[in-house]
Design a protein around this ligand. Structure first.
Ligand SMILES: *Cc1c(COP(=O)(O)O)cnc(C)c1O
Length: 409
């Protein structure tokens, strides 16, 4: 059963004020986003940098709202790279992702990307050659080696999406780490500077598991550095802080996480830690507001069809969950025909697509739901619009509203 979500005042007001034919719409509460980001920032100790993983939601307004609270952005494609660099010329970027093309690397070099997260031996060689072939010689290009380190069994089980700790296309196998460090320290690639280690191993972990993962990455990296007699300057322990879609009011325990990271930096003087969350920063600020088009009873169950669907908000379909939502009753009814109404029990909320997969939330406690009522889906600020298959069935695109109170963008 779907959990009801509490709306922020800005979102509630706009969801009710928009005319029906301007729905569905994505509503982003930038005030709530800034408050949340400020809270996350304040929970992090010194020597811990916060990067935002742009792939969670790369809307320019979102990136801008986050800017005062983050130290930089993690980008994972040439497209994200150009987009974020243009929006924030001065902010540090870390360029990650498997399968970087030569053209993407060249553009990253041209744009002066501050950190490359290198994912394979082949990529390291390509990067070294592309740096060497540039006419402008000068500062060395900074590299972090992305490693697919082993994950503790508990972390693997707790994780919704494991990018590491088992066979995956991401990062370097740990057995290759020593060879890669040698290449970067024995003068083979003088144009590259090894800054440290990067690992993004799992998504959906709560603070205690995240801390255990961070500790094991740092321990592993410091042993690697010690074997080669080099200082360990930077470790990026990735993102993946959990967002609990069944408990929309819960939050990742940033205070406990920050306290744990403080212990970790205290144990490693001179080390700069970095985290790069996406989902847990922006999921809470986004809402997908829509209107009930029809309500029907089918084989013993109630269904409501809403404007839009999973082609706009694919998250519940990809993650296999019910998107938390709030119902806003609308009493005005402009039509001569009577409203269709749910009489029975919980209502399953489906979209307009002609596929049984187009379900946003099952068995929502919304007795009495009527055509014309509004429904607002929560936790739609990350991996929502930007992962959706917008063109399927050629329905119109949603509206986008960036709410900031008086001075709305
Ligand atoms: C996707 C991704 C992130 C962000 O993950 P979240 O689960 O959104 O926090 C961080 N780093 C890398 C390398 C990623 O691929």
């Amino acid at each position: 059963m779907t959990t009801p979500a509490a709306l922020t005042p800005l979102v509630r007001d706009r969801a009710l004020a928009l005319p029906a034919d301007e729905l569905p719409a994505y509503l982003y509460d930038l005030v709530a986003l800034r408050e949340h980001a400020a809270f996350v920032r304040s929970a992090l100790p010194e020597r811990v940098e916060l990067y935002y993983a742009a792939k969670a939601n790369p809307e320019a307004e979102i990136l801008t709202a986050l800017a005062p609270y983050v130290d930089g952005y993690e980008v994972s494609s040439g497209g994200e790279l150009a987009h974020v660099r243009t929006a924030f010329p001065g902010r540090p970027l870390a360029f990650g992702g498997p399968g970087k093309t030569p053209a993407e690397i060249e553009s990253a070099l041209r744009l002066g990307v501050e950190r490359f997260h290198v994912e394979s031996a082949y990529e390291l060689r390509m990067l070294a050659d592309l740096v060497a072939s540039r006419s402008t010689s000068g500062t060395r290009v900074r590299v972090l080696l992305r490693l697919n380190l082993p994950l503790a069994e508990e972390s693997l089980e707790a994780s919704a999406l494991a990018m590491g700790g088992r066979p995956t296309p991401f990062g370097l196998d740990p057995s290759q780490a020593d060879d890669m460090v040698r290449l970067l320290t024995d003068g083979t690639y003088p144009q590259l500077e090894l800054r440290g280690i990067h690992a993004h191993l799992a998504s959906g972990l709560a603070a205690p598991e995240q801390l255990a993962v961070a500790e094991s990455i740092v321990t592993w990296a410091s042993k690697l550095a010690a074997r080669h007699g080099i200082p360990l300057r930077e470790v990026n322990v990735g993102g993946g802080m959990t967002v609990d879609y069944a408990r929309p009011d819960a939050r990742f325990d940033w205070a406990a996480y920050g306290a744990g990271l403080a212990r970790l930096t205290a144990a490693h003087p001179g080390l700069l830690l970095r985290i790069e969350p996406g989902r847990a920063l922006t999921a809470y600020c986004g809402w997908y507001a829509t209107e009930v088009l029809d309500v029907k009873h089918s084989h013993g169950e109630d269904f409501a069809i809403v404007r839009g669907g999973t082609h706009h908000l694919r998250t519940p379909a990809t993650k296999g969950h019910d998107q938390p939502c709030a119902v806003l009753p609308v009493d005005a009814w402009p039509h001569p025909w009577p409203r269709s109404t749910s009489r029975h029990g919980p209502v399953t909320l489906a979209g307009q697509l002609c596929t049984p997969k187009d379900v946003l939330a099952r068995r929502v406690p919304a007795e009495g739901l009527r055509a014309g009522d509004r429904v607002v889906f929560a936790l739609a600020g990350a991996y929502a619009w930007n992962i959706s298959h917008h063109d399927f069935l050629m329905h119109p695109r949603p509206g986008f509203h960036f709410l900031a109170g008086d001075e709305d963008a």
